[in-house]
Each structure stands twice: as C-alpha cells, then as structure tokens.
Design a protein around this ligand. Structure first.
Ligand code: HPA
Length: 245
C-alpha cells in the first residue's frame, strides 16, 4: 500500500474513495492529522496532509517523526511526497513538475532521527541516494501516462522556513548546486529511510525562487495560489495513474 503525503494545495485527494480515517498515536507524538485510508483506481492508498487538514502546521513544526512512524505502522510500503517548491534554475518556471534525485538539508532544530538515546542503539543510515530510484521511476512513468511531463532529477534544497529566502540565500543555494527549494523535504526523506520505507517526491514549482523572477516586487502569494490550484489538478491525475505503471 502506497502512502501519499500531500503538501500545500493538496490536503485531500478528490479522486480517492475514503473508506476510513484513523487517528494514530505514536511514541513520537501525534501525526499532522488522521490517516485517510481508501482507494485510488482500486489500489489501497493511505493519505496524510503534511500541514494538517486545515493547513495550520508550518514546515518547522510538522511532526515528521510521528507522520513517518504512523505510515509505517499503517503498513505503507512506500511514500510519495507531494511538495510545492520554488524554482532556482532559470528553466524551472512556475508550473513545472520535477522528480528530484538529491537533497541538501539546510534545516535546523528539527527532530530528525528515530535513533536518539534511550534503549535504541544508534544507527547510521546510508543516504547517498536519498530518494528511491524505483519509486522515482514509477512516478515519472505515471507523469508520462497522464500526458504530462516533468524534470527527471534535480537537487532539492530543504530550508527552514516558514519565511521565504533572501535573494542572496538563493544565490548561495544555486552555488551549492540546488535546483529547487522547499521547506519540508528534510527530515522527512531521512526518516523514511530510517524505517526502510522507499520514498520519492513530486515537486511542483509554484514560484521563481527569491530574486529569480523578472518582477521587481518579490514573490506574490496570489500568483503562487493560482499555480498551486492549477498544478494540483495535474498532480491528482498523476497519482491516479500510479497504479497503472
Ligand atoms: N522557497 C521555499 N519553499 C518554497 C518556495 C520557495 O520559494 N516556494 C514553495 N515552497
């Protein structure tokens, strides 16, 4: 059973027949919301809205450990994350879909491991390839099957938020080799790896990153909202097609 973590603009799957909702407690506290179990094109799926169903939990306060733990406990066999991002590279315009293959973590102060103290022996996971290649290719195939297109690969910069970046910060991320920037990729990806859950993400570029647009007035949230709404229709079509690939 695939798990889908929906980000901004995707707090529910309109094409998902929900069979039951389950409030799960974990040793790490409460997940962002109840898990929604159902079917997408007749395949079992569990859905979780990363920021809560009313979009009230900011990126730095998401209980990533509880979310991943709850999905594992629910017997998910893989996680597809949907995340809105800013485009750093010039060709990553709003509306572009991207399936990243690398990540750099700029977050701080987040609970980022299940292995800390107590009776749990320390474990160091291999994280050379942070995203699962098989699941990444399944996502790419589903995007193609939906008649859509996406950038295959790219480096995701995970920033702390909730504020957007300065232009100089984006310049630095670009020098670091980052292509897109978002606030939730980490520690989510690493926690999934710790629990041996294959993890891949579909990034939806909703704005040019700070200082990257020709507009002199910074980033407009009305514009983001519009792109989000349009793009999530496409993302839903992609998720619907996942069971065919
Ligand atoms: N920066 C960080 N996170 C984001 C952005 C951005 O420009 N757009 C959407 N999520």
């Amino acid at each position: 059973m695939l798990a889908i973590i929906g980000g901004s603009g995707l707090t529910q799957l309109s094409n998902m027949e929900i069979e039951r909702r389950e409030v799960v407690r974990t040793p790490y506290g409460e997940p962002s919301g109840a898990l929604a179990f159902g079917r997408v094109c007749d395949e079992p799926v569990v859905f979780l809205a990363r920021h809560g169903y009313g979009h009230t939990i900011p990126p730095h306060l998401v209980n990533y450990r509880a979310n991943i733990w709850a999905l594992k406990q629910a017997k998910a066999t893989g996680i597809v994350s949907v995340a809105s991002v800013g485009g750093i590279r010039a060709d990553l315009a709003p509306g572009t879909l991207i399936v990243p293959n690398q990540i750099i973590d700029y977050t701080w102060g987040r609970k980022s491991t299940f292995f800390e103290g107590g009776d749990t022996p320390v474990r160091h996971i291999d994280f050379t390839e942070p995203y699962d290649e098989t699941l990444r290719h399944r996502l790419l195939a589903a995007i193609a099957a939906a008649g859509d297109s996406a950038m295959d690969g790219g480096v995701y910069a995970s920033t702390q938020g909730p504020r957007l970046e300065t232009a100089a910060e984006i310049d630095r991320l670009e020098r670091d080799g980052c292509d897109i920037v978002g606030m939730t990729g980490m520690p989510e990806a690493a926690l999934a790896r710790e629990l041996e859950l294959p993890y891949a993400a579909i990034g939806v570029v909703v704005n040019y990153a700070a200082g990257r647009s020709s507009s002199a007035h910074g980033i407009h949230f009305d514009d983001i909202e519009l792109v989000l709404q349009e793009s999530m229709v496409r993302v839903r079509a992609v998720l619907e097609g996942l069971c065919h690939v």
